[in-house]
Write a protein that binds this ligand. Structure first.
Ligand SMILES: [Zn+2]
Length: 386
């Protein structure tokens, strides 16, 4: 832990406050920064001069206030960060400016369970397409599914991507990526996207749960990721909701993921279709009758609710934000049955404090990865989080 009396730490925090004010207020004057922060004008002038000298910000003309007095406006220079999401069937990249606006995106597919070489080759293609000819990129964030040792760089397990199991991502990615890069687990990155750009901006503590090919969650506590002692906290997909039940890909029986993942839903939907489909992605709305679809939605929601009840009982989160292909398939109505499932399996006092929403963000996995690089500019670890 750093010493708060430390002068350089105070400087870092104040600088972060100014950068954050510029980020949240595109085109802002020095005096407006003073109004929005607790910093004195002399300090602001010094920091702004420092940021101008570093080429991070620039002056952008003058504007008159209501009293007719002109102010020089400030904005970020054209600098970028990239976010890359390595998924079981594709790799997606986004390029963001420092305000978090998507400037470009690119995606390339591969078959599920592709070998390591194919995944790394695709990563190289996506990285090259995103960064080619751009000399103003400050860093790259990458997220991937699995249990990742962020200290050693080892991918200890990836149930949905066996091709990356056992690799040292730090060594492998360094052969491909020439920018500074930062890595995080996918569900954690999604929670960070919500914290920076989504509904999570309004809450210091919340949980983000993805229900897709796998089921995982990212926990934000006091505006930072909570990872637990082993750094793998949030593996809600492997909470057992039916002891001795269906076999899960993790080897246990009865996990939430065995009932509510894409694979589980695909099997249920195919029982109702005349011609089975290979992927949930190919499901066409209305191709099973309304009553059967609603039954499936209700059962799935209740199962998800039983899984989330464990989280509600233990963490009592103010907000749960849901995302993923299963949530997209069933839409807002899924929330009613999820609430029922939670109510059936949790203490009433806990449930009453928890609101549940569906994420409104697009490309939030790659956006979340990009926040890893943004945080190097805007956050002071342990002391200042946006
Ligand atoms: Zn499992």
């Amino acid at each position: 832990m750093k010493d708060l009396k430390n002068h350089s730490l105070i400087k870092e925090i104040n600088r972060a406050k100014i950068l954050d004010t510029i980020r949240r207020n595109p085109l802002v004057a020095r005096s407006q920064i003073a109004d929005k922060t607790d910093l004195d004008r002399k300090s602001i002038t010094n920091f702004v001069n420092e940021l101008l000298a570093e080429n991070l910000i620039e002056e952008a003309g003058r504007k008159e206030n209501s009293a007719g007095r002109p102010f020089t406006m400030l904005r970020f220079k054209e600098k970028y960060v990239a976010g890359i999401y390595i998924a079981p069937r594709f790799i997606r990249g986004v390029l963001l400016d420092l305000y978090g606006t998507i400037v470009s995106s690119y995606e390339e597919d591969y078959p599920i369970f592709s070998p390591r070489e194919k995944i790394l080759e695709t990563l190289k293609n996506v990285y090259t397409r995103l960064t080619f000819g751009n000399n103003a990129i400050t860093g790259i964030g990458i997220c991937l599914p699995g249990i990742i040792d962020l200290e050693s760089g080892l991918v200890r397990e990836s149930i949905n991507m066996p091709g990356i199991r056992g690799i040292n991502y730090r060594d492998e990615f360094a052969k491909i990526i020439s920018h500074p890069f930062y890595v995080e687990e996918e569900s954690a990155a999604i929670a960070l996207a919500e914290k920076w750009f989504g509904r999570g901006r309004n809450y210091d503590d919340f949980v983000c749960v993805e229900v897709s090919g796998g089921i995982g969650s990212g926990i934000i506590y006091q505006r930072r990721l909570f990872k637990g002692a082993g750094k793998y906290a949030g593996e809600i997909g492997h909470v057992v909701i039916h002891p001795g039940g269906k076999l899960c890909r993790c080897g246990n029986h009865g996990c939430l993921e065995a009932y509510c993942s894409e694979t589980a839903l695909l099997a249920e939907i195919n029982k109702l279709l005349k011609t089975p489909i290979e992927r949930l992605f190919y499901y066409e709305e209305g191709s099973i009758d309304t009553a059967s679809f609603e039954k499936l939605r209700e059962n799935t929601g209740i199962e998800i609710g039983h899984g989330l009840a464990a989280m509600v009982n233990i963490l009592c989160p103010r907000v749960i934000i849901l995302t993923g292909s299963i949530v997209a398939l069933f839409g807002e109505k899924l929330l009613d049955s999820i609430r029922r499932g939670i109510a059936e399996s949790s203490l009433r006092g806990c449930t009453e404090n928890t609101s549940i929403y569906i994420s409104q963000l697009e490309l939030l996995d790659a956006m979340g990865a990009a926040t890893l690089a943004l945080s190097k500019i805007f956050e002071v670890p342990d002391y200042y989080y946006v």
